[in-house]
Design a protein around this ligand. Structure first.
Ligand code: NCD
Length: 314
């Protein structure tokens, strides 16, 4: 598997899951293992460096784990957590101008923005490494890295797995990044489980068809539970619906609870990028297959590794 030329080198910017390749993931996972084992060895990695976290959409895990990662690597953070209202975007400034200016103040930029193409636009204007922390409905590449790391940690491989991605696949972004990443590994089959009005995006469908990757689209969660190695649940993206009625129609139909998990394989992983709403009941949390809190915790170590690699290559 090779990174395509049209995508940036992930040692320079992290904007799309398609830019990752086996080499990068091996380097990243080895470094993540080391950081996770002995974080104190990395406390001077970003000494004297400033990282800007620029969030135009809500976030808990992503912003805090990035900021914690910077602090634990010895760097400092400048931040706006409500960029839509509190940055110059509210005055009409373009992403390009904001990033061009901020890249003179910071050594790296972590950006979450509601526009699908925000990270590509930001990258084109940035003088420093830019990390996409979520771009509209399109991508969330560092989430895919921590998801893949968690799968790798549990199975020792990213190959030959049956992966179900469940929920709002049309409006969510974590699904796309994870599938682009895992589709580079051989033998994986994807089950897209969603209501008809929330099924996987046409762009992802076309990518999988072009690359001859096995996938099926279904609307019944219970029918596939006994088949999968990884069950990746996602929430219905309330804030991305045009009307409340449309949201009401889509929500609450694909639910994992302590009853239907009985159908799953003993060694399967139950994952979720979080936040959850009602798609995974709290009754599932104590099951040994539930990995979502472990997954969120891995976000810190993986993001420390992403930041170190970018810093080492500038
Ligand atoms: C996800 C996101 O922002 O896309 N959250 C996260 O970063 N873990 C998932 C979501 O909001 O549903």
């Amino acid at each position: 598997m090779k990174a395509l030329k049209k995508y940036p080198d992930p040692h320079k910017h992290v904007v799309l899951a398609q830019q990752f390749n086996n080499e990068y993931l091996t380097e990243l996972f080895e470094l993540t293992d080391k950081i996770k084992k002995s974080p104190e060895e990395f406390i001077n990695t970003l000494r004297g460096k400033v990282v800007a976290t620029l969030f135009y959409e809500p976030s808990t895990r992503t912003r805090f784990s990035f900021e914690s990662a910077v602090h634990r690597l010895g760097g400092s953070v400048i931040t706006t957590e409500n960029g839509k209202e509190f940055s110059s975007a509210s005055k009409g400034e373009t992403i390009e101008d904001s990033i061009r200016v901020i890249s003179a103040y910071a050594d790296m930029i972590v950006m979450r923005h509601y526009e699908d193409d925000s990270s590509k636009r930001g990258m084109s204007a940035s003088l420093v490494p830019l990390i996409n922390a979520g771009s509209g409905k399109s991508q969330h590449p560092t989430q895919a890295l921590l998801d893949a790391y968690t799968i790798y940690e549990n199975f020792g491989t990213l190959e030959n797995k049956k992966i179900a991605v469940v929920g709002d696949l049309l409006r969510g972004r974590t699904c796309d990044s994870l599938v682009y990443l895992l589709s580079k590994y051989k033998g994986n089959t994807f089950y897209f489980v969603a209501q008809e009005n929330s099924q996987v995006k046409q762009s992802l469908r076309e990518y999988l068809l072009e690359n001859k990757i096995q996938f099926v689209e279904v609307d019944n969660l219970d029918a596939i539970l006994d088949k999968v190695d990884v069950l990746y649940m996602t929430r219905v993206q309330k804030e991305r619906f045009a009307t409340v009625e449309e949201y009401e129609q889509a929500k609450g139909s694909l639910i994992l609870d302590s009853k239907n998990i009985q159908k799953m394989k003993e060694e399967a992983l139950i994952m979720h990028p979080l936040p959850r709403v009602d798609e995974v009941t709290t009754g599932v949390d104590s099951d040994k297959r539930a990995k979502y809190f472990e997954q969120a915790a891995n976000g810190l170590w993986v993001r420390m590794a992403v930041l170190k690699i970018l810093n080492d290559n500038t």
